[in-house]
Unconditional design. Structure first.
Ligand SMILES: Nc1nc2c(ncn2[C@@H]2O[C@H](COP(=O)(O)OP(=O)(O)OP(=O)(O)O)[C@@H](O)[C@H]2O)c(=O)[nH]1
Ligand SMILES: [Zn+2]
Length: 353
């Protein structure tokens, strides 16, 4: 417990023999936002545009999806990434001390190789808890500093996320992400009308002031961030327990029309049910699939009822088993049932391969 040593968000370097060298400290930008809001898209955009900086990427993936998330991002971004870190525990905010800090320390051993860190949190993360690790640990603080928190808001589904009711008067994840942001990016403006966009814009503002009033945060300036973080740590803000991740893999090729059928049953018809008869509610769908007649891997991306299939630049190698990997995040999901439905819908019924 060395609380007194580390209250500063950006600690002043202790004057060692080498002297302070602020230029050597690595800025961290936290990219937050609800499931599917567009965090990875923004990440890829930054990496594509920013040629002069060598950027390390940290993904904090919800559930077991990190291997897939990584392969999705690589397929999209090519050779752009300098460093990869996987935080497998899923929830960075409750593993900050061990997993998160250690991973970043290891990353720092190689820090000569890069000069910026982008940290994408899971769509359900509390960015305050993630941010706090950059000032709680003084050891880390001397080499890394928090540059800012960016929150990506989905123009199409953002309102739904921001107004979601939580039990016991808890503030929902989306609102927390907005409230702690230094910069809010409203994304997917192409999917909504000007009127809808204005609603989102207003609600982001209104929501912010609600959260501020509720917790009596005085301002958004640097000093109060610390207070906000302290507050966040003491309220038992945590991942929505009702939201779960299902990951599965099925070998083989699938017909594109069958895959569409599977997804549409799940996302549109909502006729895939769990054991209690409750329709499965998929918030986020990601996959890497093998479609009959296509030589390249195909990415499946879904956010609520919207989805698309996109052929990647990655070719299936000849000695490689063609396979389908899916990650689903949502409510009332049952892995065995979904997998069965997938196999039944998607694979040929005859033969036993
Ligand atoms: N129409 C539209 N789609 C977008 C836009 N930005 C991102 N998307 C799509 O939204 C989906 C989710 O994007 P990601 O960048 O993976 O979202 P994310 O926030 O990283 O998702 P998670 O990490 O799973 O929470 C993908 O299918 C993107 O192609 C946009 O500006 N317009
Ligand atoms: Zn992502």
């Amino acid at each position: 417990m060395e609380d007194e040593e580390c209250p500063a968000l950006v600690p002043i370097a202790a004057g060692g023999s080498e002297g302070p060298d602020p230029g050597r400290r690595i800025p961290v930008t936290i990219i937050t936002g609800y499931l599917g809001a567009g965090k990875t898209t923004l990440l890829n955009y930054i990496l594509t545009e920013q040629h002069s900086k060598k950027i390390a990427v940290i993904l904090n993936e919800f559930g077991e999806g990190s291997a897939l998330e990584k392969s999705l991002a690589i397929s999209q971004g090519g050779e752009l990434y300098e460093e990869w870190l996987e935080l497998r525990n899923g929830c960075l905010c409750c593993s900050v001390k061990d997993n998160g800090v250690k991973a970043i320390e290891n990353l720092m051993k190689r820090r000569g190789k890069f000069d910026y860190i982008l940290l994408e949190t899971t769509g359900l993360a509390d960015p305050g808890a993630v941010a706090s690790m950059f000032w709680v640990d003084s050891e880390l603080g001397s080499d890394i500093y928090l540059d800012g928190i960016i929150s990506v808001v989905d123009a199409k589904h953002g309102l739904q996320h921001l107004t979601e009711e939580k039990p016991e008067g808890l503030v929902n994840e989306a609102s927390r992400q907005v409230a702690l942001a230094d910069l809010i990016i409203i994304n997917k403006t192409d999917l909504v009308s000007g009127e809808e966009l204005n609603k989102v814009r207003t609600s982001v503002r209104v929501d912010l002031s609600n959260v501020l009033d509720l917790h009596a945060f005085d301002s958004l300036s640097g000093i109060s961030l610390q207070k906000k973080l302290e507050h966040v740590k003491t309220t038992q803000a945590h991942l929505d327990k009702g939201i779960m991740t299902v990951t599965f893999e099925v070998l083989g090729d699938i017909k594109e029309e069958n895959l569409n059928l599977f997804i549409q049953n799940l996302l549109w018809e909502k006729n895939v049910k769990d054991k209690t008869g409750h329709a499965m509610d998929v918030i986020r769908l990601k996959g890497l699939v093998s479609i009959q007649g296509k030589s390249h891997q195909v990415i499946v991306q879904g956010v609520h009822e919207l989805y698309d299939l996109e052929e990647t630049a990655v070719e299936w190698k000849e000695d490689e088993k063609r396979t389908n990997r899916l990650v689903l995040i949502g409510r009332h999901l049952d892995k065995e049932i979904i997998k069965e439905v997938f196999i039944a819908t998607v694979t040929e019924k005859h033969g036993n391969s």
